[in-house]
Ligand binder design. Structure first.
Ligand SMILES: [Zn+2]
Length: 311
């Protein structure tokens, strides 16, 4: 039975990550050489999006064959196995060493290298999720070329899901950083906050990194108390969103507030406000009075607020 659909952009990745076979080097090399395998090139962490459309960008991932990647003449570019679908193997390749690949060389004119965040809303659900995986993985390799234990160079292993230090043998694994993002509610109202740099009247759910030795519920309660002085008595899980900037997992929760008086940590937030459900519903429908704008559907905060407003 399939999993229930997750409402969040970058979730619902359709690929079979084939974790039980990808560490087999013979199998992996076979898939790397397979003319049917497909590779998404990322240049400066930006995936190739096709087709080119004048001042605008395309809406599909620019999957290339091994031959097209080889034509770039790069010296052993970082390549990560993403997964299988219908027996086709999908990979991500870091082509940052290519000089201006949009305009010169074998990929010129094919498409544009786009910031994933900018194009995600126009990509299919599947493609957005696969490109998020690709971006997080390539980013992790680019930042972890040296051993955190001894400082010597590390080498990729197991199709890109591990790096091993040639000096002290320490193994390093791709990281996922948990972040709680929560909507505190009290009766007919929910708590939203805003940061100074945001567009005027834009408010969102409060959020913060989970700290070592902390449960999700404890992190939710701590962040709400630290940022807004609100005490909560109950925390309910909503859904999660992979967020590839660079490697967060946003854990969406609802929290039942016991207190209402806001005591702001003004280093974190410019303002926090209790909004009633009618105001939130109007803002979501684009029919508000201008006192509240919520983040776009791509953000899990939008999905949290939407689910609460519909409850
Ligand atoms: Zn080491």
């Amino acid at each position: 039975m399939p999993l229930p659909t997750n409402p969040n952009t970058f979730a619902n990745n359709p690929l079979d990550r084939a974790g039980n076979v990808r560490a087999d080097e013979e199998w992996l090399n076979g898939r790397l050489k397979d003319p049917d395998s497909l590779f998404i090139p990322l240049w400066r962490l930006k995936p190739l999006i096709i087709p080119p459309r004048g001042p605008e960008h395309g809406t599909a991932a620019g999957w290339l064959t091994r031959e097209a990647i080889k034509a770039l003449n790069l010296d052993n570019p970082m390549t990560v196995f993403l997964g299988l679908e219908n027996d086709t193997a999908y990979f991500a390749v870091d082509i940052t060493d290519a000089r201006d690949p949009e305009r010169s060389g074998p990929l010129a004119g094919l498409g544009t290298f786009e910031e994933l965040r900018v194009v995600a809303g126009e990509l299919s659900v599947d493609v957005a999720a696969i490109l998020a995986q690709a971006k997080s993985m390539i980013d992790w390799h680019a930042r972890h070329r040296f051993c955190a234990n001894c400082g010597n160079a590390t080498e990729p292993a197991e199709a890109g899901y591990k790096r091993v230090c040639g000096s002290c043998n320490a193994e390093h694994f791709p990281r996922t950083d948990p972040v709680v993002i929560m909507l505190a509610t009290k009766g007919d109202k929910c708590l939203l906050g805003r940061q100074k740099a945001w567009p005027a009247k834009m408010y969102s759910a409060l959020a913060g990194f989970v700290e070592p030795g902390e449960s999700i519920e404890e992190a939710v309660a701590r962040e709400l108390e630290e940022e807004a002085g609100i005490k909560v008595s109950d925390v309910q899980y909503f859904s999660t969103q992979p967020w590839p900037y660079p490697s967060s997992l946003m854990i969406g929760c609802f929290a039942t507030a016991e207190t209402e008086d806001i005591m702001l940590d003004d280093l974190e937030l410019e303002e926090a406000v209790w909004f009633d459900k009618a105001t939130v519903q109007a803002a979501l429908a684009g029919q508000g009075d201008g006192s509240l704008f919520v983040p776009p559907p791509m953000a899990i905060a939008h999905q949290l607020v939407k689910a609460w407003a519909a409850s």
